[in-house]
Design a protein around this ligand. Structure first.
Ligand code: NAD
Length: 421
């Protein structure tokens, strides 16, 4: 989701810069580097939709499939007015790295529609979603590409996509074509909280490494949607105090602490985190620069840039959002000894439980929530420790270390499979 303040920063260029830096650090073969610098396929489709007033509106949608050396493409679908083809391409590349770091057998994909879902009726959204599903139906599938929710999409849209795909492709239910579905039609227990839970696991492990007592930790959360809310709730459960939060309507702070459950109820009732009892309103700039132990960007791309990175006053930046920190900012944070748990590691819990959902769907056999959470804990803890050790070994920041781990796995798979013909 590009935001207007930083829309001049192209996420695909950021993704390419990250790849370039790590490729030269690892001495990666130039041909393999070029292969990984572009998605394998990007589909652009026009989506005509009959609107409630009888008019026809044509939306543009994308599906980018970056790399499938390790398994079928996997990644969310985003509805937002500022979706661009480059954003979707960048996000699909990050998904390749994310799946490899979490060590799950998927490649990277991403989709999006340029639209303002908040201004659309339920019927318009359903018709747009089904038409998009039809448009991408030839390139997705249980063993080809398995989409999931992302910004401003949820189980509801996933159910429509599953239904449309199932009807088109044989008219039998195929829940394994998509994840993040409602439980009643094959969703996994624990999926809703999975991104936040994964992030909280990485924060717990990082705190152990830095000798931070979570009971003394103060936390700032930018964005209070699915990823932000559950991240906040689960670090709060570890004993931390949330002191500031924001959403698209504004930012608020209460240094004495904010009870996340009450804040969630307030947002459900009023539509925003602003005007929460006992809090003061602050700007986005002030929110990001608030002195805290853990800063969780959970909304937008390009929030921590060369302009404000020097003013970030946290010990850990745990990226629930995709792409919130630019490459220049990464260097500044590293020099200032702030540990960044990068998006491709910190928010990998979502796709990991999506993998469990897919497995459960393929077997038509369902796991308990405790089993899901237990497996997630093992997967993400191992992923964190692998990246942490790599960052110490290479004396580099955690994003480069994550990419080293990911590239080793993806490049090995490409080499072992070989190029055909
Ligand atoms: P969401 O739609 O549930 O929530 C987005 C939140 O961001 C909303 O609360 C919105 O009000 C807020 N927001 C929008 N503009 C803002 C602004 N200018 N300032 C502050 N807040 C603003 O979306 P989500 O699923 O929570 O996704 C958020 C981020 O997390 C995205 O970058 C997404 O790619 C990433 N992510 C989500 C998941 C997941 O499973 N939900 C998994 C991996 C990564």
């Amino acid at each position: 989701m590009s935001n207007s303040a930083n829309s001049e920063i192209n996420p695909f260029e950021v993704a390419l810069t990250q790849l370039d830096e790590v490729s030269s650090m690892m001495g990666l073969d130039n041909g393999i580097h070029q292969f990984l610098a572009q998605p394998k396929r990007v589909l652009t489709i026009s989506i005509p939709v009959k609107m409630d007033d009888g008019s026809i509106k044509v939306f543009t949608g994308f599906r980018s499939q970056h790399n499938d050396a390790l398994g079928p493409f996997k990644g969310g679908i985003r509805y937002h007015p500022q979706v661009t083809i480059d954003e979707v391409k960048a996000l699909s590349m990050w998904m390749t790295w994310k799946c490899a770091i979490a060590n799950i057998p998927f490649g990277g994909g991403k989709g999006g529609i340029i639209c303002d879902p908040k201004s659309m009726s339920e019927g318009e959204l359903e018709r747009m979603t089904r038409r998009y599903a039809y448009g991408i139906s030839d390139i997705i599938g249980p063993y080809k590409d398995i989409p999931a929710p992302d910004v401003y999409t949820s189980g509801k849209e996933m159910a429509w996509i599953m239904d449309t795909f199932s009807v088109i492709k044989g008219n039998y239910i195929q829940p394994e074509v998509i994840t993040g579905k409602p439980i009643q039609i094959g969703g996994s227990l624990g999926r809703n909280e999975a991104t936040g839970r994964g992030l909280a696991i990485t924060v717990r492990e990082a705190a152990k490494k830095l000798n931070i007592d979570m009971k003394n930790a103060k936390v700032v959360v930018q964005g209070f949607g699915n990823a932000g809310q559950f991240s906040a709730q689960l670090v709060e459960e570890q004993g931390a105090t949330i002191i500031a939060a924001s959403d698209s309507k504004g930012c608020m702070i209460n240094k004495n602490g904010i009870d996340i459950n009450s804040l969630r109820k307030h947002k459900e009732k009023t539509g925003s985190v602003t005007n929460f009892a006992g809090s003061q309103s602050i700007s986005n700039k002030e929110l990001l620069e608030t002195e805290c132990t853990i800063l969780i960007p959970a909304a937008l791309e390009n929030q921590i840039t060369k302009d404000n990175a020097g003013k970030i006053n946290a010990k850990i930046v745990a990226e629930a959002a995709n792409g919130p920190t630019t490459p220049e900012a990464d260097k500044i944070l590293f020099n200032n000894k702030i540990l960044v748990i990068p998006d491709i590691l910190a928010n990998g819990g979502g796709v990991t439980v999506s993998y469990y959902e897919w497995l459960q769907n393929l077997r038509r056999e369902y796991w308990t929530e405790a089993e899901v959470n237990d497996r997630l804990n093992t997967n993400i803890t191992q992923a964190f420790l692998g990246v942490y050790d790599t960052h110490l070994k290479h004396n580099t920041h955690m994003r480069k270390a994550s990419l080293v781990v990911a590239l080793n796995r993806v490049v090995d798979a490409i080499k072992i499979r070989g190029l055909w013909p």
